[in-house]
Design a protein around this ligand. Sequence first.
Ligand code: AP5
Ligand code: MG
Ligand code: ZN
Length: 222
Amino acid sequence: MTSPRYVVLVGPPASGKGTQAVRLHEALGLTHVASGDLFRENIRNETALGMQAKSYMDRGDLVPDDVTIAMVLDRLSHPDCAAGALLDGFPRTLAQAQALDAALGAQGHAIGAVPYVAVPDEVLIERVSGRRLCRTCGASYHVTFNPPHTPGVCDVDGGELYQRDDDRPETVRTRLKVYHDLTSPLIDYYHEKGVLIQIDGDQPIDRVTEDLLEALRSVKEG
Ligand code: AP5
Ligand code: MG
Ligand code: ZN
């Protein structure tokens, strides 16, 4: 059994991309590349890129394509991505998808599989309101669905858990609209390329992981 080397997780905000990516990384060894995590790391480190991204993120809008594409392609050029990567949150527009195809194509690679984690909007709102993140390592929890062993404390490194600035209800509504307007066209784009795999993301976390692993293991190496 093999699994594809370049995998793109597509799904609405709070569908569980980050939660599942950590588990898929453990199971498949692919490096997890999450554009939102890269932006948040830049904000923490107060870089110019972070300052530029923050205003867009706080509103729930997308960071402009040129900035985002440059950041993610740079990350993919690091040695730990030479054997493939698990992309989470990128691409999110058709222009980003085309730029990624061009960059991988130039190296003789292609995207092997695109799991689309489908979750209804009303479930997403509930997930966002209970989400907590670790300040130190970015690990994601949910107060009800995926609680840490000790409330407010990260299981991995003891870091303090906090609520993301863009998880406020009004910002979440903007993020959902942006997803439906700009990101959901990627579902057709990847379907036409024959790499889309629909996964029911409205199940317990372990079941979603099982479905993802089963789907990815049945795909030939890309
Ligand atoms: P980003 O960080 O990518 O946010 P997002 O896509 O909105 O997705 P989330 O991280 O909110 O959700 P997730 O799917 O990872 O869910 P999670 O596993 O945490 O982007 C943030 C911002 O950065 C964007 O708005 C934009 O401004 C900018 N940005 C990023 N990438 C960009 C790009 N490519 N182009 C332009 N701008 C970009 O799970 C959510 C919660 O639910 C957790 O609490 C979790 O514990 C819980 N949960 C997960 N699975 C389940 C389950 N099966 N059952 C019950 N609870 C569950
Ligand atoms: Mg995420
Ligand atoms: Zn942590």
